[in-house]
Design a protein around this ligand. Structure first.
Ligand code: ADP
Ligand code: MG
Length: 241
């Protein structure tokens, strides 16, 4: 009896990687200013994420989930505290260094896909590579590989409007991985999708963590989506549990 009850928990523990931390936040504070009023969103937050983990971040609207994700991704800076991600102390980087670090280290996935409507799936996926010194044929080859990973190589010539929502999000994931980033941050990636498409996107994220060694930090409102992750964290009133 006791054994049966503990099985799911043991399962979860076996799934969760325990590698060295790739994300280490220490004593993080983030204050926004609304006029003269400080809005203290994060107030002394600590977080360690193991390399290769697929983590879900839940919490009420306005609790600071996107803020936290933006700090991890180097899109915003902490008011106080140490942000160490993929071996870099982000507070010590200039804006220019931070932009370069971000382009090499982080893949972004958004709720509303953010594909460019006048570009084909392949062209959308190639886009992040246009900032690199790679030639066109190499960029094309890498984008084709990324589309293959998400199972959409046969949709390369389609425009976003010719794809379903789930396919659009998978193209967006291909675009996020085309640079081979160590970390993928996904802010409510299944928020605009039906159940079936959401399942496909979550399965894909799980595969990227398990088989491709990506570390994934996913914000979600959906308990069923969070269940697909190896670790579930909750943020409430600036406190992480
Ligand atoms: N750029 C900003 N300027 C002022 N306040 C902000 C800014 N970004 C977020 N906030 C505030 O910080 C709080 C947390 O926002 P957010 O991280 O977006 O929450 P969540 O993603 O959990 O819904 C909210 O009160 C929001 O209004
Ligand atoms: Mg948010």
């Amino acid at each position: 009896m006791a054994q049966t009850e503990s099985a799911p928990a043991a399962d979860k523990a076996a799934k969760a990687p325990s590698g060295p931390p790739i994300i280490e936040l220490t004593g993080i504070k983030k204050t926004f200013w609304r006029g003269k009023e400080p809005v203290r969103v994060l107030d002394g937050l600590n977080l360690e994420v193991a390399t290769g983990a697929f983590e879900a971040l839940m919490g009420p609207s306005g609790s600071g989930k996107s803020t936290l994700l933006n700090l991890i991704a180097g899109l915003d800076r902490a008011t106080d505290g140490l942000v160490r991600v993929a071996g870099e102390e982000l507070g010590g980087l200039s804006e220019r260094q931070l932009a370069r670090w971000r382009a090499n280290t982080i893949g972004f996935v958004f709720q509303s896909f953010h594909l460019i409507p006048v570009l084909t799936a392949l062209q959308n996926v190639m886009l992040p590579l246009s900032l690199t010194s790679l030639g066109r044929s190499e960029r094309k080859k890498r984008a084709e590989t990324a589309l293959r990973v998400v199972g959409l190589e046969d949709r390369a010539a389609h425009y976003p409007r010719q794809l379903s929502g789930g396919q659009e999000q998978r193209v967006a994931i291909a675009r996020a991985i085309v640079n081979d980033p160590k970390i993928i941050v996904a802010d409510e990636p299944t928020g605009d999708l039906d159940r079936q498409s959401a399942e496909e996107v979550l399965t894909l994220l799980g595969t990227l963590a398990r088989d491709f060694g990506k570390t994934i930090m996913m914000v979600t409102h959906d308990p069923a989506a969070a269940e697909k992750a190896t670790v579930i964290r909750r943020l409430d009133k600036g406190v992480l549990s």
